[in-house]
Design a protein. Structure first.
Ligand code: ATP
Length: 325
């Protein structure tokens, strides 16, 4: 291939810039012209292309967000939108596309590949909800951001003898809550994958208080509150306080988890995945998703990758219960 493009699509994640940099520099290293597409699939439809040179990705490896910006694009889901994108791709003589995003974006990559434009997906989403890869770009950074907040919350609630519900992101996957919970020493972890019993949590709180514990942190994945409004952080904290008499606060971390300098892990993952995606395209291979499995960078057919169910790590969850006795 002589001309390829790179897109970031769906929700942003720290490390997307490191992935763009890896794609651009690996392409240039291999004498492939590389174009950045603005605002996700919108840029494909509306011809928002810019040729990227080595310097265009300078000074971004450490920055959160995405210099290409990102967006959702419903138009791309329609045959008409797809047709418009194909015309633009043809005009620019683009022979392959790298799409950095979540599983929705990979469906777009699959459509492009089906219509003769080899496309490769790179998983980037803080939720870590993509089944085909052990980790997606952005997850590690988001967990570290949550951890930093948990440490600070622990300081203040210990001073007052309070409990605190910390709501973290995670629509359908509780990985941020699980990992931040284990690493932050949370007493309870509530995730969308598992049912929970508020009375058990209250019993844990009361037991802890009797043993002289001064703080109690409950990690809550946002998806739990989406599924049932009465389980939103504020409502849950009111219920727990009413049942135990222990002052319980709610803190919703929100979008701070989406930003910030990517961690070492995310920068390395993004660098390895970006280079692998370009290697695939340079061999004319598309319709693949780049994955991290057992610390090896591999690739899978998009359809197969999308069919792999995301597994919740029950072992880690059980460990969290043992360590928080
Ligand atoms: P995240 O989960 O982090 O939000 P995502 O990539 O899953 O990322 P989506 O909003 O699901 O985010 O998808 C991003 C874009 O991918 C959509 O706006 C649309 O342009 C394209 N897309 C999604 N689903 C399809 C599909 N079935 N066919 C073609 N394109 C799709």
């Amino acid at each position: 291939m002589e001309r390829i493009a790179v897109i970031t699509s769906g929700g942003d994640a720290p490390g997307m810039n490191a992935a763009i940099r890896a794609v651009v520099r690996t392409a240039i290293y291999n004498n492939i012209k590389i174009f950045g597409v603005k605002l996700g699939f919108n840029g494909l439809i509306h011809s928002e292309f810019q040729e990227m040179d080595v310097a265009s990705v300078g000074d971004i490896v450490h920055r959160g967000g995405t210099i290409l910006r990102t967006a959702r694009c419903d138009q791309f889901n329609s045959e008409e939108g797809l047709k418009m994108a194909l015309e633009v791709i043809e005009n620019y003589e683009i022979e392959g596309v790298v799409i950095i995003g979540g599983d929705g974006s990979f469906r777009g990559a699959k459509d492009l590949s089906r219509l003769g434009v080899p496309a490769v997906g790179i998983p980037a989403t803080i939720d870590n909800d993509i089944g085909c890869t052990d980790f997606s770009i952005g997850f590690d950074t988001a967990v570290n951001t949550a951890l930093d907040a948990i440490n600070k919350i622990r300081d203040t609630i210990t001073s007052h003898g309070r409990a605190n519900i910390v709501e973290v992101m995670g629509r359908d996957a509780g990985d941020i809550a699980l990992y931040a919970g284990v690493a932050g020493g949370a007493e309870n972890i509530i995730v969308p994958e598992l049912p929970f019993d508020i009375d058990e949590i209250c019993a844990d709180l009361n037991d802890g208080k009797e043993r002289g514990k001064l703080s109690h942190i409950i990690l809550l994945a946002e998806g739990v509150g989406h599924a049932d409004k009465s389980n939103r952080a504020e409502r849950l904290s009111e219920k727990i306080e009413a049942k135990t008499g222990i002052e319980t606060r709610a803190t919703i971390l929100g979008h701070i988890q989406r930003g910030g300098n990517p961690s070492m892990f995310d920068r390395i993952l993004a660098s390895r995945m970006g280079a692998h995606a370009v290697d695939l395209l340079s061999k004319g291979i598309g319709n693949r998703v780049v994955c991290l499995v057992d610390n090896k960078i591999i690739d899978k057919d998009i359809e197969e990758a999308l069919s792999i169910e995301k597994k919740f790590d029950m072992e880690l969850y059980e460990l969290s219960k043992i360590l928080s006795i």
